[in-house]
Write a protein that binds this ligand. Structure first.
Ligand code: NDP
Length: 312
């Protein structure tokens, strides 16, 4: 039995460096790096990040589990060439969740202390002062209260913001008001000064933030999306910003990545862009790969197995 590591993202993590980490927990397992070029019946589990290349399935007749190194599994679940008989698991990193919460806090504080305006004013040598907004009067609405959304909500709560969250199932998290359903979403949006999207891309969440839904936002609201780009309809977001339905947006995720050079987001004065970097380090959960390999062998419950019907 063997494990295949086929990451194809050397800027982030090479196959060899991941193998070195995982080998320490699986000293007696033959770990194979890189795309297979001939049939390998011994491979029962394969790791990947970003996009899974289904063309390698022809070489892996006994593959039982695909492990995403990262959290989002939308691309693999949406691929019609990926068989439903192969199980999928993801990662759930406390370290990455905190990084993403810090990213959101940095953005909100940059707006709240007018840093973005001062950056523009400096170019004009313009000495204009703006009063900072008072944190205790600001309301944060978090879309998605999973591993990451919950951490985001709790960090803002710690800093004195009022915090609400929206999820599929109702939550009981101290100090955080929980909303569910369509009506709950509209209510939460209507009083949020900052709306933070940290939802997976699924049938139900794709295009959720469209022109109609944007009408529920406060015109002074700022939208931050760190989950998946499919959450928002790009043209509707641009229209909302152009017509004053929404004040500004910070986007870390996009429908197409890298964001195409001719995309209107790049030049929009009310949009701040980062290249899918809000969460980076997952090293605290890298050993889940080894754990899942052993659990698969022993027919035990897998860590963070994806529910294919729900899509996350
Ligand atoms: P989780 O699976 O832990 O949480 C998902 C949350 O979304 C849950 O609260 C879930 O509700 C909620 N949700 C899902 N579908 C719906 C729906 N239809 N209506 C309302 N709420 C819904 O995921 P994570 O928090 O770990 O990650 C979220 C996403 O963030 C990932 O799927 C990935 O796409 C993205 N991501 C982006 C990164 C980046 O660098 N920008 C890095 C890591 C992840 P419930 O709790 O009721 O199930």
């Amino acid at each position: 039995m063997s494990l295949l590591i086929d990451m194809r993202n050397p800027e982030w993590m090479t196959d060899v460096s991941l193998k070195a980490l995982v080998s320490s927990s699986l000293p007696n397992v033959n770990i194979v790096c890189g795309p297979p070029e001939l049939t390998m019946p011994e491979i029962i589990m394969a790791t990947f990040t970003n996009t899974f290349d289904t063309s390698i399935l022809q070489y892996l007749p006994n593959l039982r589990l695909v492990q995403k190194v990262g959290a989002g599994v939308d691309s693999i679940l949406a691929d019609p060439k990926f068989p439903t008989s192969i199980r999928v698991s993801r990662m759930s990193s406390g370290k990455q969740s905190l990084e993403m919460a810090e990213y959101c806090l940095a953005e909100v504080l940059a707006y709240q202390r007018n840093i973005r305006f001062y950056q523009k004013n400096q170019i004009q040598k313009d000495w204009q002062q703006y009063a900072p907004l008072c944190i205790k009067n600001l309301h944060i609405g978090v879309l998605g209260l999973g591993q990451i959304g919950r951490k985001v909500a709790q960090l803002f709560l710690k800093y004195g913001f009022k915090v609400s969250g929206w999820s599929r199932s109702s939550k009981n998290i101290k100090g955080i008001k929980s909303y569910t359903g369509h009506d709950g979403l509209e209510t939460m949006l209507s009083h949020s000064d900052y709306v933070i999207g940290i939802l997976p891309s699924t049938r139900e969440t794709d295009n959720l933030i469209d022109a109609e839904m944007l009408k529920n936002f406060k015109s002074s609201a700022i939208f931050i999306n760190i989950g998946r780009g499919n959450l928002v309809v790009d043209n509707d977001l641009v229209d909302a910003l152009n017509t004053g339905v929404l004040k500004a947006a910070t986007l870390d995720v996009f429908r197409q990545e890298p964001l195409p050079l001719d995309h209107p987001f790049w030049d929009h004065s009310k949009i701040a862009i980062t290249p899918h970097v809000s969460g980076w380090n997952v090293d605290d959960t890298i050993m889940d790969i080894a754990q899942n390999y052993l659990r698969l062998l022993n027919n035990e419950r897998l860590l963070h197995e994806v529910d294919r019907d729900l899509g996350y």
